[in-house]
Write a protein that binds this ligand. Sequence first.
Ligand SMILES: Nc1ncnc2c1ncn2[C@@H]1O[C@H](COP(=O)(O)OP(=O)(O)OP(=O)(O)O)[C@@H](O)[C@H]1O
Length: 572
Amino acid sequence: MDAFLSEHKSFFSNHVANYKPHAFKEATAPEPNDDITIAARLRPLLPNEVDDGVVSGISVDETGRTIAVHEIRKKFNGQPAVNTSTFRLDRAYGTEDSSEDVYRDLVVPLVPWAWGGGVSTLFAYGQTGSGKTFTVSALEELAAADIMGGSLSGQRKVQVCVVELEGSGAYDLLNDRRAINVLEDSFGETQLVGAVEHVATDADSLLSILRRGISLRKTEATEKNDTSSRTHAVCRLRITDVTDPSAPDGLLFLVDLAGSEVSADSKHHSKERMKETKEINLSLATLKDCIRGRTLLDSTVSSKKPPHIPWRSSLLTKVLKHVFDPSSPRQCKTAVLACIKPSSSDTAPSKNTLRYADMLRAPAPRSKSMAYKPNEPRTWSNAQLKEWITKNSGDPPIDADKLAPTESGIQMLKMPKGTFVERCAHVEENGKREQIRPELARAFYDKLWRLHIDSRTAKPEAESPSGAAAGGGDELKNAVPWKERIKPGMFVRTPRAGGQYGTGVVMIMAPEVSWKEEGEKRRFVCASVLPTINPDGYELGVAHQMVVGLEEMEDEVKMEWDSAVRYWFMDI
Ligand SMILES: Nc1ncnc2c1ncn2[C@@H]1O[C@H](COP(=O)(O)OP(=O)(O)OP(=O)(O)O)[C@@H](O)[C@H]1O
């Protein structure tokens, strides 16, 4: 311990124990964001730390939202003073709080979201030895009991995989640490290709699968933790609605990150361990860059050039892409837990951890409000959505307050189908509760989507996606025969793209390099346009390429990209 601190230990400890933070001005605090909760957990001093006389330098106030980091300093007259940095988060757990408290606030909202078909993520990060594995393991156990406990309605199949990320490699912990690939599919979703999924039949089987995965994780003794996890562990639960094959699977990610180490802690490492520490710190630095990018994006949502979010730069951020990618087609709920060590000698890394937590607590994106159009669900406010639900959901109508207590039209469109169906489940009529059949709820969900798709594929009234000037440009373009305007990105109809699954449409990617001929003999490398589960939506099969001659092309096809749902729609 620092000699000055040792000399003034009781003064410092008194300050830490009695510290009351200044009242935070709630008016200036960011609006709470329903989709992301940021919390910190302070672990208690361990018995060996108490024996060694380690002094706690961190405190959590009684509101359970402010965490303070205290550092002793010497005044010019040699007297001690304390510098305190405070951080206001959505939640702050002190040494008295249990893992059940953390579970109740952070994971309870994530479970039904994933059960309903959404994507939920919890990740814990912090310095080595700060309690990440302790907390995430407890949360996994509680989640297993919750998910398989039977309190959630509907029939689901639950499959688990546990993957370890180490440097640039990903390994399946439940399949002899076989190497797997982390790839992005054509919907922009990250897939763990090659990871074996194990079916859980009840809480015990789910727990034993999780425990088996966690026990196989690579650990080493570090300066700060005898059993430090030297890899990132990703536990993913895939939840499939067996009664609705068209519903996307819900996903629950529980991620325990490897601990960061400051250089002083790694000075005695071997060359190999230094490399490993460097890789861990590098992937955590990319995570921080993504956090920073996402924060900038949230605060500059209206500016022309969105900030770059480097999620492709590390495996970890590729796996967590859905947390950072603003164009993610699925609505995600995320909880971030910053784990903090209490010792006064670790205040610098603790402040660093908390600074990033604070940074993530960005205001909810201020999307440009769109003028209300009765046939465009994405322009509806909560009141307009409720009115539509009441008028269009049959007799007796679905309870709009239960289905959409706070959501706007665009939020309702992003709601997982299972959650939508679940919220429709009951209706109040003459004080009596009646069951709404899931088929009817699903049909109502499809009705909303049908309206959304129709509004996206209908011809724009006055404006075009690229503004008024584009209208004139289109007229000009249409005056030139389409075969003379051929360029990459254009869609054309060709019988070559027919067949069992073909749509008869391709997108031109590039001229074929070998072509020498002119005129009608020109050929182009094209990507097939493929059908999707959405009857009006199409995706690009970049892997389904073909070379199509100009003479085989019948007509130009206008298609419009809807970034909200990540499908192409045909402009008829
Ligand atoms: N809330 C807590 N209550 C009691 N003990 C705790 C708590 N949190 C952590 N510990 C103990 O602290 C030690 C370090 O915790 P843990 O291994 O979870 O840290 P970690 O952040 O995962 O470390 P690393 O990054 O090195 O893997 C363990 O002995 C653990 O049992």
